[in-house]
Design a protein around this ligand. Sequence first.
Ligand code: FAD
Length: 323
Amino acid sequence: GEDHLMKRTVWVWIEHERQQPKRVSLEILGKARDLELETRAIVLGDDTDSVCQQVARVADHVTTVEDHRLARYNAEVHTDVICQLYKAAKSALVIAGGATFNGRELLPRVAARLGCAFMGDITDLANDEEALSVRRAIHGGKAYAWLRPKQDLPMVLTVRPNAFSLPAIHDPVAIEKANVKVPEPRARDIEVRRGDAVRPELTEADVVVSGGRGLASPENFRLVEDLADALGGAVGASRAVVDAGWRSHDDQVGKSGKTVSPKLYVALGISGAIHHVMGMDTAKVVVAINKESNALIFKHADYGLVGDVREVVPALIERLRRL
Ligand code: FAD
């Protein structure tokens, strides 16, 4: 039981951008260490030195593959390399990555290739009854299920950002360079252009400020953006405002939109319909501002403020800017 778990490790695909590991990758390392499981960070790229040095202080093992074909994330190539590493080592209990834009594409491919159980968007991990189990939301977030894989194979997971805390820092471990044959991708980049987004990605943000129909007009939505910027957060929206064409569907939070798990969720002029709440009820702290004291959103809020968003929000932004 325990012995068997101890000998095997949790592999974490370290997603990185501009020489920085993504926070969610580190959070998975943190959780695995809390469960006293061994961790192995897998760093793929063309120049992984700086990322490896950072994760060497938070993981038990670091394996890197450096190759120009890994310079940018490519699902096909990354899947192949991770599967080769696994087949050579056969020591992973779990292969995990963040439930990010890329992670949601990569990890299911790895699971399919290895014939393993895949569990997506998990929010908890437990090590009891001699086996690992994971928790994920079901029925659109109305309930949670604990799952355990059937066979004695690695289980492949994506983990929701902000579900776990960061790992403690220790003296750096050695970095192992693995030699694998990196395949030539079948699709190649012709041109890469950076988008002009300055705010963090909605599903990965620590702070999300969302606006609803209570904003009354698309012009007033500026208040949501300004508050998000004052807090360094992402902008979300209710379906009512997406349907009204004020915001793109990319910004929608809820059952038919995105699920967010920030540390702070601010709901402005949102009634708190269950379909919206399903997308944000794992937020650590919820602040709601609504002019109706009986609005449903207050049932899900840690802090509620009854007032008109058009008066309260400018005052709040002003105060935050002064701070
Ligand atoms: P409203 O319900 O109209 O609420 C506006 C709120 O603003 C009210 O509470 C009002 O008191 C307050 N208000 C008004 N003026 C002010 C002011 N000046 N200052 C402060 N407060 C003010 N919804 C989602 O959001 N996401 C989803 O993914 C989603 N999926 C759905 C899927 C299905 C199958 C269905 C049936 C519905 C779905 N919905 C979803 C819709 C959902 O049920 C609600 O209709 C929607 O969330 C309402 O949006 P809202 O809160 O912005 O608007």
